[in-house]
Design a protein around this ligand. Structure first.
Ligand SMILES: Cc1cc2nc3c(=O)[nH]c(=O)nc-3n(C[C@H](O)[C@H](O)[C@H](O)COP(=O)(O)OP(=O)(O)OC[C@H]3O[C@@H](n4cnc5c(N)ncnc54)[C@H](O)[C@@H]3O)c2cc1C
Length: 471
């Protein structure tokens, strides 16, 4: 239903002159997903400055049954922020104040539009660490991080966005505000509403502010690039690593030969760390509250070598060397397009199942599409792999993309067999609702639909995202 002119005038009057965009050129950046793969349309883009303005906009949308699409940094990978015709984008980028830093209580209270890197910097300025860290941290925003329950590099030690959040302020579907901005570590007063909104991708409410947990700043860090004896050795190696350093590694990333080879051949500043490159490598980062962490990691390498879990390793001897190793981790993401189009899968299995899963998946893929190149990397420490696929060298891009649904079905079927997840950290958005229908149990889907109906009975919040249409 197209809103009448009077409703549009009321919506526009909520925000200041620079807070309302309806010119196609000005709206364009808000209509496309960050990689430009999905394009949407919208009634307009509203850029409120305060929670009260967000609430007023949503109240009018509720009354007029106008779909609302919240947006943070628009770095999401699943099209969750892409609007459809007739919907209002509410971009939270101007709700970007740090409301309070409580260094003694280890919390920071921020508005949803704060850029993650800015919040990290504010925490650091107060001598504290905000542990949430991901590749898009220079542009993603806290509201988006919480709405997608973002993971990233430090999950192994500090948990996902959910575990780093103590409280939320949320604008509900009818425009009321739920003030759950609590700084409590313990609060068993009924159902946990906060955890319902986290990870709901804008389909249950608009997050306008959050209380996040802070940690002590590490006094020292150590970084090692390990060559496991085989993939099968990885779970034991991780278990061993956990008892070294100060609580084990914070980051434990899998890097494959294909990716490092591509990055080191083509990207400036990337040097192959081993010659020849092994099939698999693991990049481990340790945060220490004790400066002896480097010696601890040296001892870990010796023990793992002796146990036959690793066959080689590089231990960074300086901050510059550590940065160069982490640059390799970033470079493999940049390098993948050099191999042609990519079929991306964001999978998780239990860490103990990781070797068997990767082995079976690679064998099944090779049988299904001979020559396909698995470009598998990511957060091995928490069982989350970006199981991306690059085409056989001589295959036409269109034919490869046509094979996508068949290969996805194969991989997601295997993941289901291992009791894993087909959407480990990037969420569902628009592009994986079909997978929800395919792999979620009817009971789980029904419970989710009931939650949605209870919190958004008119279905105005981010329509068409997360839940598949009823069968
Ligand atoms: C280079 C790169 C690396 C990445 N690495 C990781 C990674 O390691 N781990 C990871 O988990 N993700 C990663 N991502 C994905 C993405 O950065 C995260 O999902 C991020 O948390 C999204 O934040 P955003 O502000 O950009 O959200 P957006 O893209 O703007 O929105 C994402 C979803 O949240 C909803 N939303 C946004 N703001 C709000 C709000 N205030 N209230 C309610 N709903 C809201 C939107 O409607 C949409 O459904 C990466 C992305 C890029 C481009």
């Amino acid at each position: 239903m197209k809103p009448d002119a009077a409703s549009l005038t009321r919506l526009r009057a909520v925000v200041d002159a620079t807070g309302w965009l309806d010119d196609p050129a000005a709206m364009a950046p808000y209509l496309a997903e960050s990689r430009g793969r999905l394009h949407g349309e919208a009634l307009a883009v509203a850029r409120p400055r305060t929670t009260a303005e967000v609430a007023a906009l949503v109240a009018i949308c509720h009354e007029q049954r106008i779909g609302v699409v919240p947006q943070g940094g628009n770095t999401g990978r699943c099209g969750g922020g892409v609007p459809a015709a007739g919907q209002l984008v509410i971009a939270l980028e101007r709700l970007n104040h740090i409301r309070a830093v409580d260094a003694a209580g280890d919390t920071i209270t921020v508005e949803a539009g704060c850029i993650l890197a800015d919040v990290q910097a504010a925490a650091r300025a107060a001598g504290r660490l905000l542990a949430l860290s991901l590749g898009a941290e220079g542009s993603c925003r806290i509201g988006g991080n919480l709405a997608t329950n973002a993971g990233g590099l430090n999950v192994l030690r500090y948990g996902m966005a959910r575990e780093q959040c103590l409280g939320l302020e949320v604008v509900l579907a009818d425009g009321r505000v739920w003030d759950g901005l609590r700084r409590l570590r313990k609060d068993n007063t009924g159902y946990d509403l906060r955890d319902l909104f986290i990870g709901s991708e804008g389909t249950l409410g608009l997050i306008t502010a959050a209380v996040l947990k802070l940690q002590p700043l590490p006094r020292a860090q150590a970084t090692a690039l390990l060559v496991p004896a085989s993939l099968a050795a990885v779970p034991a190696l991780l278990a061993r690593a956990r008892s070294y350093g100060d609580g084990g590694p914070s980051r434990f990333e899998l890097l494959p030969r294909l990716a490092l080879d591509t990055a080191c051949r083509h990207l400036p500043g990337c040097r192959a760390p081993f010659e020849p490159l092994p099939q698999w490598m693991l990049l481990a980062g340790f945060d220490g509250r004790d400066p002896r962490v480097q010696a601890e990691v040296e001892a870990l390498l010796a023990a793992a070598l002796e146990a036959g879990e690793i066959v080689d390793a590089v231990l960074a001897q300086s901050g510059a060397q550590a940065d160069a190793l982490w640059r390799l981790r970033e470079a493999i993401v940049e390098a993948q397009p050099l191999l042609g189009p990519s079929l991306k899968h964001d999978l998780a299995v239990a860490v103990a199942d990781l070797p068997a899963f990767v082995e079976q998946a690679c064998a099944a893929l090779a049988a299904a599409l001979p020559g396909v190149r698995p470009y598998v990397f990511g957060h091995a420490g928490d069982g989350n792999l970006h199981f991306n696929l690059s085409p056989p060298p001589d295959m036409a891009p269109a034919a490869f993309l046509d094979a996508g649904p068949r290969l996805r079905e194969l991989l997601h079927g295997l993941v289901a067999g291992f009791g894993g997840s087909f959407a480990a950290e990037h969420g569902i958005g628009r592009i994986k609702t079909g997978e929800m229908a395919r792999w979620k149990s009817p009971v789980e889907l029904e419970l989710m639909r009931r939650v949605k109906a209870a919190l958004d009975p008119e279905g105005i919040l981010n329509p068409g995202k997360v839940l598949p249409p009823p069968a």
